[in-house]
Structure formats: C-alpha cells, structure tokens
Design a protein around this ligand. Structure first.
Ligand SMILES: Nc1ncnc2c1ncn2[C@@H]1O[C@H](COP(=O)(O)OP(=O)(O)OP(=O)(O)O)[C@@H](O)[C@H]1O
Length: 514
C-alpha cells in the first residue's frame, strides 16, 4: 500500500479480535483487513458486517499485530478512542421499561434535552469548556430548537436520533462514525441530517454505515462491502455501482432465490401455524364488531396537543400503514392501544366493542391479544436472552422472563418459525447482544407474532433488517389473519397494507385505502 502520511485511517493486514468475548481467540473477520481512508474521501460501509467494521474504524476491538491499525492524521498525543465518536441507533433513548416515556412523574429523575445533549461535556474529548456557540448552531442545524427544555426521554424516535447526533457533534470529535444515520427518520429529517453530515468541516471526518437497500447520499465518494470474510469489495461509488446493483437485485428477488432461506415446506409449516388462528365471532345479528375503535380521542402533554379528536376504526384482519412525520404522534397512538400510555384508560377507546375502563380491563388482559415490536422494546430488551428465549418470551404478556413451562405445541411453533427463517441451532442459542441488529429485530418480530395475536403492532419492526429478512417477514404477513398496524418511513420496509392513517398535525388526519 502506498505510504501516504495524511491517511485518516489505515488497516494493513489487521486481524480484529474482541477481547471481551469468551471466544477471544476468534478473529472477527476471516481474512485480514487491508483498507485505508484518505481525508478527502467520504466512505460508506455496507453489508451484513458493516457494524463490526465501523466499530473497528472507531478504534474498538483489538487489532493484531499492534500497528496494523493506525490513525496517521491524529496527533500522536491523542488516543483514537478519545477523539472518535461512534454513533449507532438502537432505537430511542434506553429506559428502564416501556411505559417510562409516557409517565408523568419524570421530572425528578430525568433531564432536559439540553442537559442530555450537553451531558458530561465539561469533561469533553479535549477537556475544553463547552463551546456554547457551537451548541446553539448544532441545535439550530438539527432543528432541535424549541425542544431544549423538553424531557429527553419523551422525545420521539426521530427527535431523539437528532439529539444523539447533536450530543456527538458538540464533543468536537476528529472522526465521526455513524451507523444507520437515517433509520427512523422521515424523508425531510433524513435530508436534514444528510446535509449536516455532508457539510461538516474536514474535522470531524465522517464514515457512514448503510444497508444495501439504502439510498447512498450523493456526497459519499467511496464504498466498502463487508461480510464475515472481511471486506469483499471496496472502491469509488462509480467503480462499485454495478456490484451494488447486483446485490440489491439478489435481495429483491429473494422469493425466487431460495438459497440460505426457508424451503417451501418450511413456509408451509408457518402457514399451518397461522391457520390455527381463531377467527373472530360475529354477534347475534351476524355483525362483526370492529377490533378497535377510537372515538374522538385526544392526548396532550402539559397542554400541548399531540392527538386531537381522532376517530378511527380498525376491523379484524385489516392491515394499516400508520404514517406521519417524526413527532406527529404515531408512537403515542400505538401506546394508547397497548395501554403503555397513562391516557389509555379512556372510555373513548374500545377493543372488541368494549370501552376501556380501569377496574374492568388490565394491562395484561389488553395485551393478551396484541403482539408488538418497537424501537423502545429493542432498546430495553435484555441482552443476555438467546434468540430462542427472546421468541419464547412472546408467550407471556409484558415479560422478558423465559417461560419454563412451554407446551409442546408452543415449542414446536417456535421451532417452525426458526426453521422457516433459516435460523440454525447455533444461532438460536446465540445471546441477543451477539446477534446482528437485523437478527435482533427478526427475533423481536417472531416474538411479536408467535402467539397469533388478533392485533400485531409493528413500529419500525422491519426497519433495521437486511432486505432479504424484510422480504421473509412480509411474505409471512401476507397470510397473517390478524389485524396489523405498521409504522415505517420507507415504503419498502412496511408490509403490504390495504389502508393507511396519516397523522398530519393534531386534529388533522387522513384515513384511506392504499
Ligand atoms: N412524555 C412526553 N412528554 C412530552 N412530550 C412528549 C412525550 N411523549 C411524546 N412527546 C411528544 O409528542 C410528540 C409525538 O411523539 P411520538 O413519539 O408519538 O411521535 P412519532 O410520530 O412516533 O415520531 P417518530 O416518527 O419520530 O417516532 C413529539 O413531539 C414528542 O416529543
């Protein structure tokens, strides 16, 4: 490799190891890494192992031999780990439990968005005092102005992602590594974040992690594709454009390409599971009461309305795309249904034709017939559960404890789903923390559907998955007889729906057919 002194980062025959892992002798990639980034280049890393390479770029893991990974652009007195910010978005800000976002006694425990962003910046990376001008600029650029005094945990998914980026930027890193920068962002917010990352001055340099199906920002100059073997392709966007097309095509035509995925017989077994679904019973007059009804429902936070006079009916088996920009109130709406929201105990909300009432209905009773997956759930799910255990927790409402008394039918049902997704026995026993983010989401998806719920809530449930996994989940949902409410900003990541509800602003909703 040519000796260029101002390289940003250089891997030369580097073998990476995770010294924290029990398998500490195993290298993370099968082949050594040879890779360099120059300061005028803007790289995006793609592929199933993108997060591993991004972490390696961000100075995580051990590189062997010791000088096989270097940061020539850094002053020798600076430790890479102190001047590099690695940002990954595993969902909203982690909380102790799901309902925490919506609780009212939060002030004494929580912090404002401003304090969250400033964090421990007094001890910032260069031990410099906070640059308040930079803070103001970053708040403005990321359109966080107006949210400074709001409770950080109450921020919507998209708002909290922008707040985390702000937090990283005001630490004035020299290198900013961002995995999945656009996930969960509405198209406007994606453009905003892309613009901010593009216009960052040479310091910090930026490296992005993207999925094959993502649109590559025009300002990205180079790409690297990574899988378990290591870097399989690297070069300029132009050089790799046809390879990228081929990869995208392969994923897109997953249904015609059965390698490494479910066989026809396995898919048939899943169909059999779904056929065990109990159909809804019509009343004495032959009418079917809607599964869910909202009758002029309103929600506000400290007087600020989020949902106003919403009336909406969800019929058994109907499939809905819940749409709206970041902060429009989609998660609030769904938390009303799952009774995670304090204002869920509201007689204007009816399920199976019965108005919600405290005393008559309980959180557990309500959720008996609901399955769900969301960014909130993803961020608090216990890391030590294996893939299999994660799915098994779906049989018990509101619990992350693995049931010890699964029936044979339940065990068989889990097995069938795992086989249908091509999950090997070894993967099934892998702890959640060691699964790729795509497979973590898959485990949560199967957990949501495992008990054949009457209502399946998929809040960005397919969003971080690899394309082939998304297609597999969509395929299963096509035959799913329960009702589905799906949130997703990218159409490709939303299952096939017949209806949509679009939240525009409080009091303004569009409800229609797709
Ligand atoms: N506990 C709370 N206190 C104050 N405001 C809140 C609280 N929870 C949510 N909000 C605000 O209500 C609005 C709606 O939030 P919600 O999470 O429902 O939006 P969303 O449509 O799901 O957004 P996203 O697409 O970003 O996930 C946001 O402005 C959010 O900041």
């Amino acid at each position: 490799m040519a000796a260029v002194t101002n390289q940003l980062i250089r891997f030369e025959g580097a073998t990476l190891k995770n010294f924290l892992s029990v398998k500490d002798s195993v290298s993370l990639f099968k082949t050594p890494l040879n890779f360099q980034i120059l300061p005028n280049e803007k790289w995006a890393i793609l592929g199933p192992e993108k997060s591993t390479l991004l972490k390696a770029i961000a100075s995580k893991y051990i590189a062997e031999p010791p000088l096989s990974r270097t940061y020539p652009f850094l002053h020798q007195t600076q430790w890479p780990s102190e001047v590099i910010q690695f940002l990954e978005f595993k969902g909203v800000l982690p909380t102790a439990h799901l309902a925490a976002r919506y609780e009212f006694f939060k002030d004494e425990f929580d912090q404002t968005t401003r304090n969250f962003v400033l964090g421990h910046s007094m001890n910032n990376l260069h031990s410099k005092p906070i640059d308040y001008e930079l803070v103001e600029r970053v708040f403005e650029q990321l359109q966080l102005s107006g949210l400074e005094d709001r409770w950080a945990l109450g921020l919507s998914n998209g708002q909290s992602r922008r707040a985390r980026l702000a937090k990283a930027l005001i630490k004035e890193p020299k290198l900013l590594v961002v995995d999945d920068p656009f996930l969960g962002l509405d198209p406007e917010a994606s453009e905003l974040v892309s613009g901010v990352l593009k216009d960052l001055p040479p310091h910090p340099h930026v490296v992005l992690g993207l999925r094959y199906q993502d649109e590559i920002p025009k300002w990205i100059t180079h790409l690297a594709f990574v899988d378990k073997t290591g870097i399989i392709n690297q070069g300029t966007c132009e050089e790799l454009s046809s390879v990228l097309e081929q990869v995208r095509d392969r994923a897109h035509h997953w249904n015609n390409n059965n390698t490494n995925t479910a066989s026809k017989t396995q898919r048939q077994s899943v169909e059999k599971i779904i056929q065990t679904f109990k159909p809804p019973h019509p009343d004495a007059t032959g009418n079917l009461t809607p599964l869910l009804q909202f009758k002029n429902v309103s929600v506000s936070y400290r007087g600020a309305p989020v949902i106003t006079d919403l009336s909406w009916e969800v019929q058994h088996g109907s499939k809905w795309h819940v749409q709206g920009n970041n902060g429009a109130g989609k998660s609030t709406l769904l938390s009303l249904i799952t009774a995670d929201h304090p204002q869920s105990w509201n007689s204007s909300i009816e399920m199976y034709g019965e108005p919600r009432r405290t005393g008559k209905h309980s959180f557990f009773g309500i959720n008996e017939s609901i399955g769900f997956s969301s960014p909130e759930l993803h961020s608090i799910f216990p890391n030590s559960r294996t893939f299999y255990e994660t799915v098994a927790t779906g049989f018990i409402v509101g619990s992350f404890i693995t049931p010890t008394d699964l029936t044979n039918v339940e065990k068989q049902r889990i097995q069938t789903y795992l086989e249908s997704f091509g999950i090997t026995a070894e993967q099934a026993q892998t702890p959640f923390r060691e699964l790729s983010i795509s497979d973590q989401k898959l485990a949560l998806f199967i957990r949501a559907i495992i008990k054949n719920p009457d209502l399946l809530i998929l809040d960005e449930a397919l969003s971080v998955m690899e394309q082939a996994r998304i297609e597999q989940c969509k395929e299963i949902l096509k035959g799913f007889p329960g009702a589905v409410l799906a949130i997703g900003h990218i159409e490709q990541e939303v299952p096939q729906c017949d209806h949509f509800i679009k939240l525009i602003r409080p009091g303004e909703y569009i409800i229609g057919d797709k």
